[in-house]
Write a protein that binds this ligand. Structure first.
Ligand SMILES: [Zn+2]
Length: 237
């Protein structure tokens, strides 16, 4: 089987994972993994290797695309509100445009002694349906039968900040704390917590991301709504 190498301007390659064909609904707007023919003019066969440029709308995995981030992909573990593992592997998939914006933003955090830590990135629509069934509260879980989540479009991230030793900044609650303490408007918190949330929010918003009222950890990329809902999963080797 051919190994697909993805040659972008940064000369990166993307993922060693294969698509799970039993549970794969590939979005039609530029998933690089399977839609090679759509970018054939940028494709070069070199022995057993396929090289091509990743379009802005293409999906990439952050772990293979960029350095300098930290990962704790909660839905690839049982440490989440579902209490079960719903992702095949611990990969952070995002649209390339969103990934590039995060790389730029992370550089700003790194200059100040911190880094972005991911809890969640792209989320398959089927996983959104599982979440909605367990917790049908649109403040915290987007309705998959309506417009879905920006996570389902590969355009949202759940993140916090860590210092250079990997210690998380105190944000006042854990990730996926579904209560008023996680709201941006909630101020009965220590000055340290309020300053940490403000630090994350200010820099994210200055770099093309928007926050939502009820979750200090969630950020949407400004162009994410243009992307279609997706439902592919990957298998890990
Ligand atoms: Zn989120």
């Amino acid at each position: 089987m051919k190994t697909a190498y993805y040659l972008s301007v940064l000369n990166i390659f993307i993922s060693s994972c294969t698509l799970d064909q039993t549970n794969t609904e590939i979005p039609s707007d530029g998933v690089d993994v399977v839609k090679r023919e759509t970018i054939s003019k940028d494709t070069v066969d070199v022995e057993d290797t396929v090289l091509f440029v990743v379009p802005e709308s293409g999906f990439i995995t952050m772990q293979n695309y960029a350095e300098g981030f930290v990962y704790d992909m909660k839905y690839a573990t049982e440490d989440n509100f579902l209490k079960k593992k719903v992702y095949n592997c611990e990969e952070c998939w995002l649209r390339k445009e969103v990934a590039d914006a995060l790389i730029k933003t992370n550089k700003i955090f790194i200059e100040r002694g911190y880094r972005i830590k991911f809890f969640d990135c792209y989320r398959p629509l089927d996983v959104q349906k599982i979440m909605w069934k367990i917790y049908p509260d649109a403040r915290y879980v987007a309705n998959p039968h309506a417009s879905g989540s920006i996570h389902n479009r590969g355009g949202a991230v759940d993140i916090t900040l860590v210092d250079m030793k990997g210690n998380e900044l105190d944000m006042g609650t854990t990730f996926d704390h579904f209560g008023k303490e996680a709201h941006h408007s909630y101020t009965e918190l220590s000055n340290t917590v309020l300053d940490n949330r403000k630090f994350l929010k200010t820099i994210m918003e200055a770099n093309g991301f928007s926050s939502i009222s009820y979750e200090w950890w969630h950020y949407n990329h400004k162009n994410a709504r243009q992307y279609k809902l997706s439902n592919f999963q990957t298998e890990c080797k």
